[in-house]
Design a protein around this ligand. Structure first.
Ligand code: GLY
Ligand code: MN
Ligand code: MN
Length: 464
């Protein structure tokens, strides 16, 4: 890690420590290694909170932060034999200088040292409900300390959830994070173009195209630019498969005349990108495909226009729904005589038949990133309403007010499953268009537009 990156992590730890109270202590473990089968593990990925505060990507590591700003790392010891098999370990001797920490110890000393690190503290902070058995481990350390009260030990009286503090910090992306996210989105955009072009080329050459052929293009482009892994399981859905929201790239044949929906993004240096494009497999939209595509695009434009500092998180969704609902009436997907006016469609959520997800989510280290969707200053304002479709009682709290540096996706869609009252020309068409946006004071910066989104631009890039 270079020294400017080290300084960024140290500064985050200082900011975190300042919120613990002078006598607080925080414990943040990294992610465990996960067995895939027998003696094969899944590719290792550190815990997002831990990595956000350390930039350290080895497994078996714990960060302990105290309210006076001191950072202690417990990490794997140097071990030549293990390093021959599994690779380099930084080790506790080198870690303090390399990671700008105050101290580092072998992870095997954790149980012995933690009770003493708790002594005289008033609150123990850790991320609640995120790490299996962490609470039990902390109870054990507290128990060991309590066994020493007769000798003057002083136990912390509070346990507090660290997620809220860390989520708030992670919600607004600093310049370092934004630049990684721009690059991740740029790589993913190139991967989408590559998949589009491969689809058209293979069909032109008379070769059968399967979803996994296009998935292979995505992976190739991600890796050749240094991305460590896809940020989530890529969706490559040909034809009717696009109407399955959580479909994964599989063996489905992609036929000329089908649309292909690809929802895929790489993870780069701990940060996700998340892009969806829907394109004609052969490079040319049919009239019904184009009509629905233009509608989704118009709804995305409305959402983009509603995304700026000072707007609510829900504003883009509401803008999308208005455009989509009107389009559903205009195109005959919804029958005016049955569902009524635009206002009725929105109030009764009749559009839900074809648009059943939200228009976006926070994006960052996790693809569905952390951060409260409720405005913190208005958390006590609660209203209740009955959901028009399910009848369920819903508690509404005022949505988050967007601020410069927050990053979110804007991803409207339309999914038309065959049904009697639905015009046949639209059956089995599934479309989503998803871009990644950094909120700015004036609006938003779309960082994923390296891949075309307009009909004529998609058709042009697919002719190459
Ligand atoms: N790719 C996951 C999502 O769009 O939310
Ligand atoms: Mn998304
Ligand atoms: Mn997505």
């Amino acid at each position: 890690m270079n020294s400017s990156a080290t300084a960024i992590y140290a500064q985050r730890r200082a900011q975190m420590a300042a919120q613990l109270g002078p006598k607080g202590v925080a414990i943040i473990p990294t992610a465990p290694e996960q067995q895939r089968n027998r003696d094969s593990d899944f590719l290792y990925r550190p815990d997002s909170y831990f990595y956000y505060l350390t930039g350290f990507s080895e497994p078996n590591a714990w960060l302990v932060l105290t309210g006076d700003g001191k950072s202690t790392l417990f990490c794997q010891p140097k071990d030549l034999e293990r390093e021959i098999w599994d690779g380099f370990r930084l080790g506790p001797l080198a870690a303090p200088a390399q990671l700008a920490l105050d101290a580092a110890y072998p992870v095997a000393e954790l149980d012995a040292q933690m009770p003493a690190l708790f002594d005289g503290r008033d609150a123990v902070w850790y991320p609640f409900a995120t790490h299996k058995a962490l609470e039990t481990r902390i109870d054990g350390w507290l128990g060991s300390l309590r066994a020493r009260v007769r000798f003057g030990a002083l136990c912390p009286e509070q346990q507090r959830d660290l997620c809220g503090l860390l989520d708030e910090m992670r919600l607004t992306k600093d310049a370092h994070e934004q630049s990684i996210m721009r690059r991740a989105a740029q790589i993913s955009a190139g991967a989408h173009i590559r998949a589009m072009q491969m689809s058209a080329r293979m069909l032109r050459d008379g070769q059968p195209v399967r979803e996994y052929h296009l998935d292979a293009e995505l992976l190739h482009e991600f890796r050749r630019h240094g991305s460590q892994y896809p940020a989530y399981g890529s969706i490559v859905a040909g034809g009717a498969n696009a109407c399955v929201l959580h479909y994964r790239a599989d063996v489905g044949e992609i036929r000329s005349g089908d649309l292909v929906l690809i929802d895929a993004g790489c993870e780069l240096d701990g940060y996700a990108s998340d892009i969806t494009r829907t394109f004609p497999a052969n490079g040319k939209f049919s009239a019904p495909q184009r009509a629905l595509y233009e509608l989704v695009l118009a709804s995305q434009e409305a959402a983009i226009a509603a995304t700026r500092a000072g707007a609510r998180f829900t504003d883009p969704h509401e803008a999308t729904v208005k455009v989509l609902a009107q389009g559903m009436l205009d195109l005959g997907l919804l029958d005016k005589n049955k569902v009524g006016s635009l206002q009725d469609v929105i109030e009764k959520r009749a559009y839900f038949q074809f648009y059943m997800h939200r228009t976006g989510h926070w994006l960052g280290m996790d693809v569905h990133d952390c951060g409260s969707y409720i405005e913190p200053s208005e958390v006590g304002t609660v209203s209740e309403r009955k959901d028009p479709l399910s009848g369920e009682l819903i508690k509404d709290r005022p949505a988050r007010i967007l601020q410069s540096g927050m990053v979110l996706t804007i991803e409207p869609g339309i999914y038309v499953r065959p049904a009697e009252a639905v015009p046949e020309q639209f059956h089995n068409i599934g479309i989503r268009i998803e871009d990644d946006a950094i909120v700015t004071d004036a609006g938003c910066e779309l960082i994923s537009r390296g891949v075309p989104v307009r009909v004529d631009e998609i058709e042009a890039v697919m002719r190459v």
